[in-house]
Design a protein around this ligand. Structure first.
Ligand SMILES: Cc1cc2nc3c(=O)[nH]c(=O)nc-3n(C[C@H](O)[C@H](O)[C@H](O)COP(=O)(O)O)c2cc1C
Length: 171
């Protein structure tokens, strides 16, 4: 049947927020992005969870980042092909992505996706993470990142909203 001229053949852009959070700051930003965009959320969790001890995680993270270690994830998002836009969130750990996010990027085929990175941090902003995402997801279109300071993580509504508008991710 002929299509109405207003009808687009393009399927609507579906988006997913994939994130890891150790202390909750990145989760707060991820939840805000989901709330503002309608994107579904997927929290990356490890098969063997990290310690909750702040001194111990420092040592573990330092070693894993140095070794580019990819810890095993408990699960992966299903049917990734249905999403056009994937937000990817991480705390800044030693100037880059937390290792669980590295595992995700190395495991899932993100060819042709628009990837929107975001990070919470104590001063390093995105660090090296955008370059790392571009290297691991070679066939994706990776935008500039959204960096939110740790102290603002649960109070960044306006910053997140402005950033989403600036990048045409919401109206
Ligand atoms: C192991 C570890 C390493 C960190 N390394 C950095 C860093 O290199 N640069 C920085 O700005 N903040 C660093 N931080 C601070 C975190 O990026 C910041 O507190 C972030 O908001 C934590 O997010 P989360 O609560 O989602 O885990 C580090 C924190 C931890 C626990």
């Amino acid at each position: 049947a002929p299509k109405h001229p207003q009808t687009s053949n393009a399927t609507p852009r579906k988006s997913l927020v994939v994130f890891f959070s150790w202390g909750g700051n990145t989760r707060a930003v991820a939840e805000k992005i989901s709330y503002l965009t309608g994107a579904e959320g997927f929290e990356l969790k490890l098969a063997v969870p990290y310690t909750t001890d702040r001194d111990e995680i420092e040592e573990i993270a330092k070693r894993e980042v140095r070794d580019k270690y990819k810890p095993e994830l408990a699960s992966l998002p299903q049917n990734i092909e249905q999403y056009d836009v994937i937000y990817i969130g991480s705390p800044c750990w030693f100037n880059t992505l937390a290792p669980p996010v590295r595992t995700f990027l190395s495991t899932v085929d993100l060819s042709g996706k628009k990837i929107v990175p975001f990070m919470t941090h104590g001063g390093s902003r995105m660090g090296q993470s955008v370059q790392t995402i571009r290297r691991l997801a070679t066939k994706a279109n990776v935008t500039e990142g959204l960096a939110i300071r740790e102290s603002n993580a649960s109070n960044a509504d306006n910053e997140i909203l402005a950033w989403l508008k600036k990048h045409n991710l919401i109206k």
